[in-house]
Design a protein around this ligand. Structure first.
Ligand SMILES: Nc1ncnc2c1ncn2[C@@H]1O[C@H](COP(=O)(O)OP(=O)(O)OP(=O)(O)O)[C@@H](O)[C@H]1O
Length: 541
């Protein structure tokens, strides 16, 4: 683990401002520490040697202590603000990047891992900013100043500190290597736990139905146990390393103290200088010891930020920036030899797929389960980059266009409708925010969901609606857009054959081009033609 990841400074302005402020505060703290030691040594030596009153230094000391308290407060405020700003920046960047990477990249375990990362994961950056980084800055400013000042009074003591001080970072680096692996393991265990828990809670009804709910207790216990073990491992290492660093620093201060004591007895060193050196010596080690202590508290945050950079450094699909996308109301669309193999898979999900889509036609996409129908839609939407083949429109490849502008040509109804908390009308209006009630009603009617009231409540992920109703609301959401092409992934499940035919007739009447994944004969029969995925020929009906 790097003490300070330069990517953090590059990506988050808040971190740069914080670092600059911390350096200023660090330098001021160093100066005050030296002034405090000098005043203390002068005061004590004056009382012991000359019986002078302490009032003279007491005022100075009071001012120094107040100054140091003010600096600690300022550091805390700056750190909290920086942590909040950096977390917010990173969250925004990761969300934006994930959106650009698209739903296919986000599918599976990734979505819950990302949720954990963006919530609890990034919150672990708080101790990194509030405790670790300020100490790191102090560790790079205070010891240099302190040793320099000590050298003006006692070169031998300054030399002793200079030789023993590097032992602390060396030990810290050794401990750091061990901590890094453990922190990653803990982060991973937490992500697995989150995913597993979300999965179990989400599927509780199904698990209960099959009498498997109790069996999940063992699985949850096992995953929780792994997380507990990983956390305890991190804690053990943290305690051990604190002990090692404390011991090292104490021995080093003792070495300085013995030397100073001997030279004081020999008369080679004055009392005031000896006191100044003795007061300053622990201050040289303190920031480094503190860095070691805070390092463990912040390791989780750093592991989370590394995870953030892993997401941010995932390359986006190569797309151009042309905005002159031909209007698919008048121009046909072609897929030639499109082949997609998902990462980590050996078999192609879509192999040499060809398709022609002419304006205004209704095409059914059929094929066995897993043949690649949804993948074909994902290629059209630019969520998946084919390894071979091309999507062509008006003589240009689709990947020459800006993906946002390109996607305006399509309205998509995915297999999982992805409805939001609100009402039916709220969900339909996602397709056209300024749509009137009448437009929403018309869209619902076209989608075969005329029976649904506009203000009917929709729960999270479409709860409170039946599976079929969810799909039809999602279809209405697509119908209400101005997109010339509708990409529908099994949109009419839950409707009978007549209603299905009526929906297709409604879609056709709207003049849009429709490409719909279809399994049932009634829906296939309602299409103008059928394209089968998994076989290379085009079947005309
Ligand atoms: N994100 C992904 N990562 C890895 N493999 C995937 C991913 N999405 C789909 N696949 C695999 O690609 C193949 C094609 O999947 P796809 O969803 O396109 O099929 P489909 O024809 O739409 O299936 P169905 O009719 O069952 O919905 C399947 O073997 C599937 O397991």
């Amino acid at each position: 683990m790097k003490p300070l990841d330069p990517r953090l400074l590059r990506r988050a302005r808040g971190a740069r401002v914080f670092l600059a402020a911390s350096v200023l505060i660090g330098v001021a703290s160093g100066v005050l520490i030296i002034v405090q030691a000098v005043l203390l040594a002068r005061g004590i030596a004056g009382v012991v040697l000359h019986g002078s009153p302490v009032t003279a230094v007491a005022w100075g000391l009071g001012a120094v202590v107040a100054g140091r308290a003010l600096l600690v407060w300022a550091q805390e405020v700056v750190a909290q603000r920086a942590a909040a700003a950096v977390k917010s920046t990173l969250r925004k960047q990761v969300l934006q990047h994930s959106l650009k990477l698209g739903p296919v990249w986000l599918s599976g375990e990734r979505s819950s891992a990302l949720t954990t990362l963006l919530t609890k994961g990034l919150d672990d950056l708080d101790p990194y900013f509030a405790r670790y980084l300020p100490q790191l800055v102090l560790a790079s400013t205070v010891p240099a100043g302190v040793i320099g000042w000590m050298a003006t009074g006692d070169l031998i003591a300054a030399g002793t500190v200079l030789i023993t001080l590097p032992l602390i970072p060396i030990f810290m680096a050794l401990i750091g290597w061990a901590t890094q692996a453990r922190s990653r393991r803990r982060q991973h265990a937490l992500a697995v736990l989150a995913h597993h828990f979300a999965d179990v809670v989400g599927g509780l009804t199904t698990l209960k139905l099959f009498g498997r709910a109790k069996a999940q207790v063992t699985a949850v216990r096992r995953v929780t146990d792994e997380h507990r073990k990983a956390s305890m491992g991190s804690l053990r290492l943290a305690f051990l390393s604190s002990f090692a660093l404390e011991l090292l620093a104490s021995i080093s201060v003792a070495l300085v103290a013995v030397g100073v004591g001997l030279r004081l007895v020999d008369g080679k060193l004055g009392l005031e200088t000896a006191l100044m050196v003795l007061i300053l010596a622990p201050e040289a080690y303190l920031p480094l010891r503190q860095v070691g202590l805070q390092f463990h508290a912040s390791a989780d945050g750093v592991a989370a930020s590394e995870e953030v950079f892993r997401v941010l450094e995932t390359p986006l699909p190569q797309r151009g920036d042309r905005t002159d996308v031909p209007d698919l109301r008048t121009i046909p669309l072609y897929l030639y030899d499109v082949t997609v193999t998902y990462p980590g898979r050996e078999e192609a999900a879509l192999d040499g797929f060809d398709l022609e889509l002419h304006p205004g036609e209704v095409v059914a996409l059929t094929g066995a389960s897993g043949a690649g129908k949804s993948t074909a839609l994902a290629v059209l939407l630019g969520f998946v980059e084919p390894q071979r083949g091309v999507v062509v429109v008006g003589g240009s490849a689709a990947d020459e266009f800006d993906p946002v502008v390109w996607r305006r040509q399509f309205a998509w109804v995915p297999q999982r409708p992805g409805l939001r908390l609100g009402t039916v009308a709220d969900n339909v209006r996602l397709g056209k925010p300024d749509a009137s009630d009448d437009e929403v009603r018309m869209a619902l009617l076209t989608a075969g969901a005329g029976e649904l009231e506009l203000d009917k409540a929709v729960g999270e992920q479409g709860q409170l609606l039946s599976g079929g109703q969810q799909r039809r609301v999602a279809l209405a959401r697509a119908v209400i857009t101005d997109a010339p092409v509708l990409l529908l992934d099994e949109p009419t499940a839950g409707l009978d054959a007549d209603a299905e035919a009526a929906v297709v007739a409604g879609l056709r009447a709207s003049g849009r081009t429709v490409l719909m994944v279809a399994h049932r004969p009634a829906l296939i029969a309602a299409a103008d033609r059928t394209v089968t995925v998994g076989t290379r020929e085009l079947v005309k009906v």
